[in-house]
Design a protein around this ligand. Structure first.
Ligand code: SF4
Length: 330
């Protein structure tokens, strides 16, 4: 706070993700202004009371720095300069912190999306969102949602074809089909045999039993309807939780980032999270990717990763974005 005890205020406006401080002239003139407008009220600078102004602008977020003080012009100028420095500092910080979408991301995304429309990938026919039965006269919405959750749990570290076969096995071999009660009634060993081809099948058989019990006892025979609730279930991580919200509850609460989305986003230079993991990729993408794309990016990138941008030896020569990809010809 300045020594003479005056009150000064400076604002940095943040509109459309861009920080715009008041210009020095604007800032100073606003400060010295004695007029009153619709949007702000100025107290004269020689007022005995501390100056207090409120700027309320519709659709504009602003950061306000206040210092308290009196009335001389010299002090005003001094404080205005101090405030300008603070604005510059804040602007730099905001520039650093506000997410910036990657250059050309829209062109790249559109090209990959178009490319995907002409190739069929395993995810298009056997992805988790296609494995559950649709609700019908004999399949309740609860059972349909439970099947989606089971498919997602089996899918980690497992190819779509293998997950689809395991779900089919459960459907055929469990008494009464694949539902919460049939999982509860089955022996863990039997479940393990039914899903023996999927990765970490022993652990997953155990998790299936535990999840069915929790869903029955705590969620009235249904699955949790929040990301947090889903992530509390044994064996369910963020990727599964966000995809489950999309597939089972038709709610778009976050991007389902699996190994393909994680790898491709990093290869395209859209984030630098290769070493830290998919959860960081999700947060990075969600900071700038339009929410309307959060659901579709998963199947688009998964299929692209299964057919073209392979984990090893990506097919850059036939990739539609090779001229824009910083990792082309790895
Ligand atoms: S150019 Fe190669 S590395 Fe880049 S997205 Fe295409 S296939 Fe993947």
């Amino acid at each position: 706070m300045p020594k003479d005890g005056r009150k000064l205020r400076s604002s940095v406006f943040v509109t459309n993700n861009k920080a715009t401080p008041l210009s020095p002239i604007e800032s100073t003139s606003k400060y010295f202004s004695s007029k009153t407008s619709d949007t702000e009220t100025n107290v004269p600078s020689n007022s005995p009371n501390p100056v207090k102004r409120k700027i309320a602008r519709k659709h504009i977020k602003h950061i306000v720095i206040e210092t308290e003080e009196s009335s001389t012009d010299t002090t005003n100028i001094s404080n205005a300069l101090t405030s300008k420095k603070l604005i510059d500092k804040l602007e730099k910080r905001l520039d650093k912190e506000l997410p910036k979408p990657p250059v050309n991301w829209g062109v790249v995304y559109a090209a990959i999306k178009e490319f995907r429309q002409n190739i069929i990938a395993p995810v298009d026919t056997m992805g988790c969102e296609r494995l559950a039965d649709e609700p019908s006269d004999i399949i309740t919405p609860q059972t349909s949602r439970f099947q989606s959750l089971v498919a997602l749990m089996l899918s980690s570290q497992t190819k779509d074809q293998v997950t689809a076969a395991a779900i089919q096995n459960l459907r055929q071999k469990l008494l009464g089909g694949l539902n919460l009660d049939s999982i509860l009634q089955a022996e863990e060993k039997f479940l393990d045999e039914c899903i023996s081809k999927v990765g970490f099948h022993r652990k997953k058989a155990k998790y299936l039993k535990q999840v069915a019990k929790v869903c029955k006892e705590e969620y009235d025979n249904d699955i949790p309807d929040t990301v947090e609730g889903l992530m509390k279930l044994p064996g369910v991580g963020p990727k599964m939780a966000y995809l489950c919200m999309q597939v089972a509850w038709k709610q778009n609460q976050g991007i389902g980032v699996d190994v393909h989305v994680h790898r491709i986003s990093n290869r395209l230079g859209w984030c630098k999270t290769e070493k830290v993991g998919p959860e960081n990729t999700r947060q990075s993408l969600e900071s700038w990717l339009p929410r309307s794309l959060w659901r579709e990016i998963n199947p688009i990138f998964v299929g692209f990763g299964q057919t073209t941008c392979l984990p090893r030896y990506p097919k850059c020569s036939s990739c539609p974005v090779s001229d824009m990809c910083p990792s082309a010809n790895l």
